[in-house]
Design a protein. Structure first.
Length: 202
């Protein structure tokens, strides 16, 4: 299981459903083919460049195929990318930290109430400014509606907070997502909000 990228007082923590086998094998988050997560961060200017490029992914796949991708190689790659994200005050975690699944819509990936309680305690402890969910809108609503009645499937800022953290729903970035305009809009709105929070704290 990939370790979380989570420290105190981050600007934003992106939250997936669970880690996929491909990402776990290659050593970093959102490495499933056609997943647009890293592309969307650059598109919205949340990161100045693409933190994980297609060439990065190809290099990892190539290292795996040739048998070079050992734990040391993966650790070095992870630590380098983790450092880049933390300089930008960006964190990464998942709702279901119990198991790795073949794909993110695997039924076993669905977070349990216990997973959600552990996640909430974690966010209350680390206090990011924003918690941004890159889960499917259905999973998000199912996980949080019982605890936060205003939780819904609308992309963008939600009407509740977890601790002191704003909650945003961006939706899944997997290649199966068809409404790319809505996804781009949500990431763009999040980038605007992060910009305004930066000005407020200046």
């Amino acid at each position: 299981m990939l370790k979380e990228i989570l420290i105190q007082n981050l600007r934003v923590v992106f939250v997936g459903t669970t880690v996929t086998e491909i990402s776990d094998e290659l050593g970093f988050y959102y490495l499933t083919p056609k997943n647009r997560f890293w592309e969307m961060l650059e598109y919205a200017n949340i990161t100045p460049t693409m933190v994980i490029s297609q060439s990065d992914r190809k290099a990892l796949v190539g290292a795996k195929q040739t048998g070079v991708l050992d734990d040391l190689y993966k650790q070095f790659f992870f630590e380098k990318k983790e450092s880049t994200l933390l300089k930008l005050r960006i964190g990464l975690t998942d709702l279901n930290r119990r198991l790795v699944v073949s794909k993110d819509d695997d039924p076993s990936a669905e977070p349990t109430p216990d997973d959600i309680q552990k996640f909430i305690k974690k966010i209350e402890k680390y206090k990011p400014q924003i918690v941004a969910f890159v889960t499917s809108v259905e999973v998000f609503e199912k996980c949080f509606k019982r605890l936060y009645p205003t939780a819904n499937r609308e992309r963008g800022k939600q009407g509740f907070m977890i601790g002191n953290s704003e909650v945003w729903l961006l939706g899944s970035t997997s290649g199966r997502v068809k409404d790319t305009d809505a996804m781009e809009q949500a990431f763009g709105d999040l980038a605007d909000r992060l910009g305004s929070l930066k000005k407020e704290s200046a």
